[in-house]
Write a protein that binds this ligand. Structure first.
Ligand code: UTP
Length: 474
């Protein structure tokens, strides 16, 4: 155990730096801390880039710049919404070729704390299979296994965790033997953390020897890709494009060839899948040209007038909802991550944050007492010269966000089972009775085409791959 005295030059210098930025209170319990506690606090304080942090936080508190000009983005519409079916076919072929050439990696962001869901573990461990209760990671691994088989390429999987989810996520992968994937093709990376500020702009201590920190938002994925060495690993593997998705959407088509094909065809650095909003009230951010560049306007930021605006055809003007499914060029991510302070600004939201009182006793406040900070991945879009927005069918997005109601396990399982029912029908088979839940093993069957190839006469002929269960709630 290293004994440390407050007079050591490095701690003195560190404390002076915190004083100079108005954050000297971080060390106010120093004299009462034992050597271990001092060591912990010193290490944590030294790890913070304080000037950038204080600058970034101040920027979140400044009044918003004069209203930007907002225009709808160009969207590659689905053929059933007026898009060109031949262009979609071409895009799919181009995407399949990129996958087969081994140029694509899949990345999931799974570092969030899932506070709305209220599940005790990382969201990736949430049981989502409508029949088997298979966890989200297991389902996603099935999709990747089928993708590898179909394309003959390794398709490495980059799994971003955070301090909140890392250990439990790795344990789950180990326990389930990487869900049938070669461990060498699964790369874990851990996102960074950001401290919180109280309403007076002071860093919050959650313990006398600990500054409160939370995962740095999904935007932290881009900086984590750089700092973890994942981008170098990709370069060595010949990967040029990252397919990015969120762990809580079991409906995402991983390595979607249509998105990849449009992305490559347009020579885009970043691309997005969007969902056509049906009503102005749907609580989803929308893609827009903001002062000429593609970005996302959050549901909370759009004005009522913009939210309700309709074009000459009567359709909503801002209808391209954000699914958080993207394609990113590896070089683009490197560029954004290297300029993170400028490209991925901090966002602040008022939250209840555990904080010590003047005696050093921690309390959980009943009202918001400070700002948590995060980076948003879609802020990177404004750094891209070319962004392609591709419309997704509604059934590619049904996230698990809330414990009940909209976007909950109930709606997401329902959407999965309904999707499998549709695959069965499209393949020309009779689906199980309508009060039955359905689950398909996606490592074997990735869609109606795979089902057709199997040449089944009835669903019951593949009991290992197509699971069903009766249920009043189906
Ligand atoms: P959300 O913004 O929905 O947050 O994340 P969440 O943590 O899942 O849930 P709440 O808001 O606490 O209820 C969308 C996606 O981004 C990931 C999440 O894991 C999810 O896949 N994410 C979010 C991160 O990986 N890191 C973060 O810091 C935040």
């Amino acid at each position: 155990m290293v004994s440390q005295s407050p007079t050591r030059p490095d701690i003195r210098e560190l404390r002076e730096r915190f004083e100079a930025h108005g954050q000297g209170h971080v060390f106010r319990f120093w004299d009462g801390l034992d050597a271990d506690a001092r060591h912990r606090l010193e290490a944590q304080a030294a790890s913070l880039d304080l000037p950038a942090l204080v600058r970034g936080f101040r920027a979140t508190q400044e009044p918003l710049a004069a209203t930007a000009s907002l225009e709808p983005p160009e969207v590659e519409a689905l053929p059933e919404h007026g898009g060109d079916a031949a262009r979609h076919r071409e895009a799919r072929e181009r995407g399949e070729a990129a996958l087969a050439e081994g140029r694509v990696a899949v990345m999931v962001v799974a570092g969030g704390q899932g506070s709305r869901l209220g599940f005790s573990g990382p969201k990736g461990l949430f049981p989502i299979g409508p029949v088997s209760d298979r966890m989200l990671f297991a389902l996603q691994a099935q999709k990747i296994r089928r993708l590898r088989e179909r394309t003959g390429a390794a398709i490495p999987w980059y799994v971003m965790t955070s301090g909140a989810t890392d250990a439990a996520t790795r344990r789950a992968f180990e326990a389930d033997k990487y869900f049938g994937l070669p461990p060498g093709d699964v790369f874990f990376l851990r996102q960074g953390m950001l401290p919180s500020f109280d309403f007076d702009g002071k860093l919050i201590l959650e313990q006398p020897d600990r500054i409160f920190e939370n995962p740095d938002g999904h935007g932290g994925s881009l900086t984590a890709l750089l700092s973890s060495g994942a981008l170098d690993d990709m370069r060595e593997r010949g990967i040029t494009t990252i397919f990015y998705y969120q762990v809580d959407n079991p409906l995402a088509i991983l390595g979607d060839p249509i998105l990849l094909g449009f992305h490559h065809g347009a020579g885009a650095q970043a691309s997005c899948k969007s969902l056509r909003k049906e009503t102005p009230e749907e609580k989803v951010g929308v893609f827009a040209r903001i002062d000429g560049r593609i970005g996302v306007v959050e549901y909370t930021e759009i004005t009522d007038e913009q939210r309700n605006a309709r074009g000459a055809d009567g359709a909503l003007r801002f209808s391209a909802g954000n699914t958080a499914i993207h394609a990113f060029e590896v070089d683009f991510v490197r560029h954004v991550a290297a300029e993170a302070e400028r490209r991925l600004p901090l966002h602040a939201s008022a939250k209840k944050i555990r904080q010590v009182d003047e005696h050093g006793t921690p309390h959980d406040p009943s009202e918001p007492n400070g700002f948590k900070l995060e980076r948003f991945v879609f802020d990177a879009l404004s750094a891209a010269d070319r962004v392609c927005v591709v419309e997704a069918p509604r059934d590619e997005y049904s996230p698990v966000k809330n414990a009940t109601g909209a976007d909950s396990p109930a709606t997401s399982r329902r959407a999965l089972s309904d999707q499998y029912r549709r695959w069965i029908t499209e393949a020309g088979l009779s689906p199980p009775a309508s009060d039955h839940w359905i689950e398909i093993d996606e490592s074997r069957i990735g869609g109606p085409d795979d089902l057709r190839t199997l040449g089944l006469e009835q669903v019951g002929d593949a009991p290992d791959s197509i699971l069903t269960r009766p249920g009043d709630d189906a």
